[in-house]
Design a protein around this ligand. Structure first.
Ligand SMILES: Cc1ncc(COP(=O)(O)O)c(C=O)c1O
Length: 397
C-alpha cells in the first residue's frame, strides 16, 4: 500500500485505505520512556469509564495515596497532572511563582535550564548557579547562594537525566527553611527507582512522570505540594496564570468536591493505578535495591570493557548511566545499529554532552540483570566494529 501523502478533499466515492498501526517491539534502554509493564498495558486497554463514575473516583483516591507512598509524603495536594513530566514541572512553577518572585535555580544539566526558562515565563526574577555537567551541588554552595540572593524558591533536579548525576539531598530542605525559601524538586528520573523521602528531606513541591521508574507509558505527570507551598498559594495576589494546571481548581476535582475540571484521561490513570500497585507490591525499598543492583552490574561491566563512565561513583544515578563514547567511535552510528539490528534504544548526549556520551537507562520494568547482560554482550561483541582501536580489555577477551 502507498504511504500516506496528502489526503484528497472529502469524497464519498473515495475510501482511504491505510494499514492499522503496527509498532515494532523495542527494548527501551535510553533516557525514557522505558518499556511499560505488561499488566500496565493491559490496564490501559480496558474499556473507559466516566471520569465522575464512583468507581473512577475511588481509583483516583487510590492513585493519590499510592503516589504519596512512592514519594514518601503526606502531602494532601498530591495528584497526577494530565500531561507529561513537563506539564507537572510547569504546574509547580505556575502555581508557585508570582511576577517578581526571585527563583534560584541550581543548574547542573539540561533540565535545570528548563526550570529556569519556565520560571522566567511566569515572571520570576530568575537567578542561576551552575555546576559542570556531571557534578552536583554541595550544601555550602547552596547556602552561600541562598544568603546572597534570598530567593522565594530554590528549584533543582534530583536526578539529572542529561548527565546521570543524583544530587545528594540531605540537609538542603533544612537550609531552605532556615533561609525562608521553598524547595522545588524535579523527581522525573528518580520516582520509583532511587531513594526519595520528600517529607524527611523537607521538599515543598515536586513533580515526576509516568514513563520511567513507574513502568507506565508517557502521559501523566505526578505533582505534589506541601503545606508551606500551599500557604504561598493561598497568599497569591492574582490568579494562577495557567487555567489547566491551576491546582486549586484541580483540587475541586481531586479533593472532596469531585467537581468537573477537565475530562480526565481515565485510561492513563488506570495504567498509573496498576503501575503504582506493582511498585507497592514489590515494596519501595526492594524496587530501589533492584535498580541499584542492575546499575552496579552495568557499571562494572562497562568498566570491564574499558569504557569510561562520565560521573564519579558516589554521584551516579541508578536509573541513568552516562558512558563516554570512546575516541574514534561514531556514537550515533552505533546506537542506530543497536536500534536497527537489535531493537534496543540507548540515548545520545544532550546539550553540553551532545556527541560525547551515550545515556543508558535502567528504569522500572527494564531494570533487570538480563537487560544489563544483553546490552553488555552487544557492546563487547559489536562495538569493536565501530572503533578505530579496540580497547585492550575487549581485545584480550
Ligand atoms: C529530569 C527531567 N525533568 C523533566 C523532564 C520532562 O519530562 P517530559 O519529557 O515527560 O515532559 C524530563 C524528561 O525526560 C527529565 O528527564
Amino acid at each position: 500500500m502507498a504511504p500516506l501523502t496528502i489526503l484528497p478533499p472529502v469524497n464519498s466515492a473515495h475510501r482511504i485505505q491505510l494499514e492499522p498501526i503496527a509498532t515494532p517491539s523495542r527494548l527501551l534502554l535510553g533516557p525514557g520512556p522505558s518499556n511499560a509493564h505488561p499488566t500496565v498495558l493491559a490496564a490501559l486497554a480496558r474499556t473507559p469509564i466516566g471520569h465522575l463514575d464512583p468507581l473512577y473516583i475511588e481509583l483516583m483516591s487510590e492513585v493519590q495515596e499510592l503516589l504519596r507512598y512512592a514519594w514518601q509524603t503526606d502531602n494532601r495536594l498530591t495528584l497526577p497532572m494530565s500531561g507529561t513530566g513537563s506539564a507537572a514541572m510547569e504546574a509547580t512553577i505556575a502555581n508557585m511563582v508570582e511576577p517578581g518572585d526571585r527563583v534560584l535555580v541550581a543548574v547542573m544539566g539540561y533540565f535545570g535550564l528548563r526550570q529556569a526558562d519556565m520560571s522566567s515565563r511566569y515572571g520570576a526574577e530568575v537567578i542561576t548557579i551552575e555546576r559542570p555537567w556531571g557534578e552536583a551541588f554541595s550544601l555550602e554552595e547552596l547556602e552561600e547562594a541562598l544568603i546572597t540572593h534570598k530567593p522565594a524558591v530554590l528549584a533543582m533536579v534530583h536526578a539529572e537525566t542529561s548527565t546521570g548525576v543524583c544530587q545528594p539531598m540531605e540537609g538542603i530542605g533544612e537550609l531552605c527553611r532556615r533561609h525562608d525559601c521553598l524547595l522545588l524538586l524535579d523527581t522525573v528520573t528518580s520516582l520509583g527507582g532511587v531513594p526519595l523521602f520528600l517529607d524527611a528531606w523537607q521538599v515543598d513541591l515536586a513533580y515526576s512522570c509516568s514513563q520511567k521508574g513507574l513502568s507506565c507509558p508517557p502521559g501523566l505527570g505526578p505533582f505534589t505540594m506541601g503545606p508551606r507551598a500551599e500557604d504561598k498559594l493561598n497568599r497569591r495576589q492574582g490568579k494562577v496564570p495557567n487555567w489547566y494546571l491551576d491546582v486549586s481548581l484541580l483540587n475541586q476535582y481531586w479533593g472532596s468536591d469531585r467537581v468537573y475540571h477537565h475530562t480526565a484521561p481515565v485510561n492513563m490513570n488506570f495504567g498509573m493505578r496498576e503501575a503504582l500497585r506493582l511498585l507497592a507490591e514489590e515494596g519501595l525499598d526492594q524496587a530501589w535495591a533492584r535498580h541499584r543492583g542492575s546499575a552496579e552490574r552495568l557499571w562494572s561491566g562497562l568498566e570491564r570493557l574499558g569504557l569510561e563512565l562520565h560521573v564519579p561513583e558516589p554521584l551516579r544515578l541508578a536509573t541513568l548511566t552516562t558512558v563516554r563514547i570512546p575516541e574514534g567511535v561514531d556514537g550515533k552510528a552505533f546506537s542506530r545499529h543497536l536500534l536497527d539490528t537489535h531493537g534496543i534504544e540507548v540515548g545520545g548526549g544532550l546539550g553540553a554532552l551532545s556527541g560525547k556520551v551515550w545515556r543508558i537507562g535502567l528504569m522500572g520494568y527494564n531494570s533487570t540483570p538480563q537487560n544489563v547482560d544483553l546490552l553488555l554482550n552487544l557492546l563487547e561483541t559489536e562495538l569493536p566494529r565501530f572503533r578505530d582501536t579496540v580497547p585492550a580489555a575487549v581485545a584480550a577477551a
